[in-house]
Write a protein that binds this ligand. Structure first.
Ligand SMILES: Nc1ncnc2c1ncn2[C@@H]1O[C@H](COP(=O)(O)OP(=O)(O)OP(=O)(O)O)[C@@H](O)[C@H]1O
Length: 341
């Protein structure tokens, strides 16, 4: 191994609205929520990042500001993104090294991203210390991570339900054939749950509590085969202003999520309509692949296959398929034609 190789280390990053994951030497070394806490009086001072910042979220006083720097899959706050990337890269090598490695970085980006947004991702990575930056579209990375041979002349449909967006993409021959993105995904589901509790139980809850409800009993169907028990939820009574606890069932959550899931179903149907017939026939035979954290909603695969009448396959580890695919793209950065330099 030459000195240059020794000094150049590769990392693959799934920079997501909800979570950022980093692979280094084939291992997931960082898996943190995409959030940062900054000193309000000095926005260059990082107080915490990832899980530690999330613990502060919605509990801060005037001097601390927690920021989710990405919205709908793209950079909403450039300064906060740059600082967050820098801190997360630091987690790869927590101890100071005599020779700081120079990073070759593969970052996955949503396929609907504009040139300006692409530039912002590149700049953030370079500012955070990357010497070589490569970009790969998220659906390509997801497909690689799921284990699909993206180069064969066969159509595959990938549905990635992330934090900010749901991407519905048909890929074939190492390229994106058609692609749709809607801003209905995990964050919207969380918002639906907050709204339902406010409306039907006069209970005010925070974003973190709503997300926990979604993760524990979030469901796309009201008749699950293996139903989870009712969940105690604490919040503030809107009428009395006093904290209270109620029990909530998965059926109520399914009702709350129904409209948003319906919109995702409609988007999938529209994408299928726009798919060229030869590729549609491949998809008919193979079914659709579901990934991203939203794929973990209970009963979602059954609901979608009832509506679309095609088999639905959930990725083995939906929260990690994109980063794994990004890692594979990094290893093959000179080979795959879809890598952006
Ligand atoms: N068990 C679960 N059930 C339902 N939703 C879940 C579950 N686990 C995680 N999620 C949700 O998945 C979302 C995060 O998914 P993921 O990490 O794939 O998104 P992301 O890549 O950060 O977002 P984006 O692709 O929009 O940039 C969050 O909204 C999270 O609440």
């Amino acid at each position: 191994m030459g000195l240059f190789n020794w000094l150049t280390q590769g990392i693959a990053m799934d920079l997501g609205t909800a979570n950022t994951l980093i692979i280094h030497n084939d291992e997931i070394v960082v898996n943190e929520p995409s959030i940062i806490a900054l000193n309000r009086n000095n926005p260059k001072e990082v107080l915490a990042v990832g899980k530690r910042a999330l613990m502060m979220h919605e509990k801060t006083h005037d001097d601390i500001r927690t920021i989710r720097p990405l919205r709908d899959g793209v950079i909403a706050d450039f300064n906060a993104t740059e600082l967050m990337i820098r801190e997360l890269i630091r987690m790869v090598y927590p101890k100071k090294r005599i020779f700081a490695p120079s990073w070759r970085m593969m970052i996955c980006i949503p396929s609907s991203i504009t040139e300006v947004e692409k530039r912002a991702v590149r700049d953030s990575a370079e500012q955070a210390g990357a010497k070589e930056v490569y970009l790969v579209h998220e659906p390509m990375a997801a497909a690689l991570g799921i284990g699909i041979d993206v180069e064969e002349p066969v159509g595959n449909m990938i549905i990635d339900i992330g934090g900010g967006t749901t991407g519905i993409t048909v890929i074939a021959l190492a390229g994106i054939v058609c692609d749709q993105s809607i801003r209905i995904a995990g964050d919207e589901f969380t918002g639906d749950i907050m709204e339902a509790l406010r409306r039907y139980h006069s209970l005010l809850i925070g974003e973190r509590t709503a997300e926990q409800i979604k993760i524990q009993i979030g469901s796309a169907l009201k008749d699950l085969e293996d139903p989870p028990p009712d969940l105690p939820v604490n919040g503030r009574d809107l009428v009395t202003g006093i904290p209270k606890q109620i029990y909530i069932s998965y059926q109520e959550i399914a009702e709350a999520l129904d409209k948003s899931i319906f919109k995702i179903e409609e988007a999938i149907l529209k994408a299928l309509e726009q798919t060229p017939p030869e590729l549609a026939s491949d998809i008919y035979q193979r079914g659709l692949y579901l990934t991203g954290g939203g794929a973990l909603l209970k009963g979602l695969d059954r609901r979608l296959s009832q509506k679309i009448k095609l088999p639905i396959h959930i990725a083995d580890d939906p929260l990690k398929s994109v980063v794994r695919g990004t890692g594979m793209a990094l290893k093959n950065y000179e080979h795959f034609p879809f890598i952006m330099r």
